[in-house]
Design a protein. Structure first.
Length: 702
């Protein structure tokens, strides 16, 4: 399950392959190389596998962040776009922030040069280069067992901090926050020998599910023990006492405490392993009154004390946009989902059944009735005219499903964990998260399976045919199936594939096939990792796929017009192909259709089927001015590049790093700068409210 090394396809060099996350990255060389296994202990930083090659230089297929360290571990050079760094002969570790974390050990001279499209690392003469790789994939170290007793659940949550790889400010980097242990419900408490780190921090809350769930991410990030108390309170051994039930209420106070601690760690870590010029530090440092150089070396509890003295209003406008808010029903059924929510460093809110708006029918503005009035000639993707809608009791009917409306937040993504089908949030479950952990290594290309089971919907099939796999640096294997029978579709669903794009009809009986309906509830297992079920009311079939082994997907809540489904299918295909996660892709695509709100993510919305060329997917907001362009970048975190990662826009005028995620900018750039920026990768661009793609824009026409 560790990264592996393969020959570069059609060239010289090595390709590093992460067969779990379906990522690959090529290091090309001027001449063929013969990689030999190497000792991973030669690296200062953890790597899982390593090989040695002999070469004069290495070329990278994209511009990434490169840090060069000397034998002491000190950074002696940093390189990004348009770099030209020269280092004398010595022993160096070269860190490559690629989709797979890479390190190169050399003893030679080193020069790093970059242009608009790629980078070259030159060693002068042929020399041994030891290349080490580490997957961004994280697995829990153990499983703890707890009863449903809240005090036992507190003890289980207290073990989450054991997954932190450091208690220094660097734990704000996602790669230094390990996956918390998973939780199983049982008859006895068994903590699997796990203990939180000795941070001296304790969180006290009343012994009830709501309080425990809300503080779980904060307890994890602080490496804190959770204990019963009359009032929500944060304590430290050196005397700190801090109420977690402030003027905004308990949930908002916990959220602010998490965000404030995390953000100030991001600023303090610039004094440590990565002393980069950080935009957010420069923006707020003068108003904080903090000595980051001194704070960096202090114990976690003492840093925390200093952080909490800072008024939240001082930093509020500079915080990164939070990736995820998880709305969790405070019931025993939700306990096993906590480690996965915490792994995303999500904000947790607990809505009781009574505080959530529930209805028996969806009432969307601009929904199917309004859309039908506008396009009377269009058909929906419910059962075709030649069939009769099934009343299979296994599938249920619209009246069997309750819809919930979680409170909207300012996070990029919203998730619902509980009973009912959410409006405006993804519907996830412990099964989806566990399926992600159980994902098996797969050799070869990324597999995309397209099924079109209705000839009248061939327009979408034709539009997406040229989208999936149109990236030269990332190999795809796209297979197309038409008019499948129930047996044929069952065979497709049981075959291992990274992504299924289904175009057709779904009714109460399941997927409509050439000879009847296939109900996914009858399938014991499926081989589909992720899916888009672009059909009417497909969420039940999507949930059945999750229960049978899928990780996540996009489905529909109601009937959808064919014309709008085509628009959504084309947009989603482009975004997923560009490396956006399921949830991020849907969030962007919703704005492209009057029926975008009829779609929702089921399962793990953080799953991406492809890697972004730049490592982090981004969308450009572009506004033409008289002699320039105003540009904003919206960055979207992934499971590999989570919140706390660094982003540096590759533009001439920018020499600072930014925290992901959210909006970076605006910047004013010239036409030449914009043309060079567009050449880096194909990205979505929003101009005057409409979504376009950078490789299809003639800048001279703007």
């Amino acid at each position: 399950m560790n990264p592996s090394f393969e020959p570069v396809d059609g060239g010289a060099g090595i390709t590093v392959v992460d067969s779990i996350e379906r990522h690959r990255y090529a290091l090309t060389t001027p001449e063929p190389v013969a990689p030999q296994p190497a000792d991973t202990d030669r690296f200062r930083f953890p790597v899982e596998t390593a090989v040695a090659i002999r070469t004069t230089s290495i070329a990278l297929p994209s511009v990434i962040s490169v840090h060069v360290r000397d034998e002491s571990g000190a950074i002696v050079a940093q390189a990004e776009h348009f770099a030209n760094e020269e280092l004398p002969h010595g022993e160096y570790t070269i860190e490559l922030s690629a989709p797979i974390k890479l390190y190169c050990r050399v003893e030679s001279t080193v020069s790093v040069r970059a242009d608009i499209e790629g980078m070259t690392i030159d060693f002068g003469n042929a020399t041994e280069v030891v290349v080490g790789a580490r997957s961004h994939h994280e697995r829990p170290a153990a499983t703890v067992t707890t009863t449903t007793d809240p005090v036992d659940v507190m003890a289980a949550v207290s073990t989450f901090g054991s997954a932190l790889k450091t208690t220094s400010p660097e734990r704000s980097y996602p790669t230094l926050r390990g996956h918390p242990p998973t939780i199983e419900l049982g008859d006895e408490l068994d903590l699997a020998g796990l203990e939180p780190p000795e941070t001296g921090v304790t969180i006290e809350v009343p012994p009830e599910y709501r309080s425990i769930f809300v503080i779980a991410p904060l307890a994890y990030y602080l490496g804190a023990r959770v204990r019963p108390g009359d009032e929500p309170r944060l304590r430290a051994d050196h005397g700190l006492e801090y109420s977690l039930d402030g003027p905004g209420g308990f949930e908002r106070t916990v959220e602010r405490t998490l965000k404030q601690t995390f953000f100030l760690d991001c600023l303090a870590r610039t004094e440590g392993l990565y002393p980069v010029a950080l935009h957010e530090r420069e923006a707020v440092e003068a108003d904080l009154g903090l000595d980051f150089a001194a704070l960096y070396d202090q114990p976690l509890a003492e840093r925390l004390d200093a952080y909490l003295d800072v008024p939240f209003a001082t930093i509020e406008d500079h915080l990164p946009e939070w990736k995820l808010t998880s709305h969790v029903e405070p019931t025993p059924a939700s306990i096993e989902t906590l480690p996965f929510v915490v792994d995303d460093l999500a904000v947790v809110r607990c809505a009781s059944t009574g505080s959530v708006t529930r209805s028996k029918a969806l009432m969307f503005d601009g929904g199917v009735e309004t859309a039908t009035a506008r396009r009377e000639d269009e058909f929906t993707r419910s059962a075709s005219a030649s069939t009769t809608r099934s009343t299979n009791p296994e599938s249920g009917t619209e009246a069997d499903v309750e819809f919930v409306s979680p409170e909207a937040t300012d996070s990029l993504e919203e998730a619902w964990i509980g009973e009912g089908m959410p409006l405006g949030a993804s519907k996830t479950s412990v099964e989806a998260y566990q399926n992600r952990l159980d994902r098996t290594p797969v050799d070869g290309d990324i597999d995309i399976t397209v099924v079109c089971n209705d000839a009248d919907m061939a327009e979408e099939r034709d539009l997406i045919d040229d989208i999936y796999g149109n990236r030269d640096e990332l190999p795809f294997d796209v297979s197309l199936h038409r008019d499948l029978t129930t047996a044929e579709l069952e065979g497709v669903l049981s075959t291992q594939t990274d992504f299924l794009h289904y175009i057709g009809h779904v009714d109460d009986g399941g997927f409509e096939c050439a000879d009847g309906d296939l109900n996914a509830n009858t399938l014991d297992t499926v081989g589909v990792d992720a899916f888009l079920l672009n059909a009417c009311q497909s969420y039940r079939q999507g949930m059945a796929l999750i229960e049978a082994g899928s990780i996540g997907g996009i489905a529909t809540l109601t009937d959808v017009l064919n014309c709008e489904a085509v628009r959504m299918g084309r947009t989603l295909a482009g975004l997923l192909n560009a490396g956006f996660s399921l949830q991020s892709a849907l969030e962007i695509a919703r704005g492209e259709s009057i029926m975008g709100d009829e779609y929702l993510v089921i399962g793990d919305g953080g799953l991406a089927i492809a890697q972004s060329a730049s490592g982090m997917p981004n969308l450009i907001n572009l506004k033409p001015e008289e002699n320039s362009f105003d540009i904003e970048l919206e960055t979207y975190p992934t499971s590999q590049r989570g919140i706390g990662s660094l982003v540096v826009p590759y533009m001439d005028s920018i020499s600072r790093y930014y925290l992901s995620s959210g909006v970076i900018g605006p910047f004013s750039i010239t036409q030449n700068e914009l043309e060079r920026f567009f050449k880096l990768e194909t990205v979505p661009v929003r101009i005057s409210g409409k979504l376009r793609w950078s490789d299809q824009i003639d800048i001279t026409d703007l």
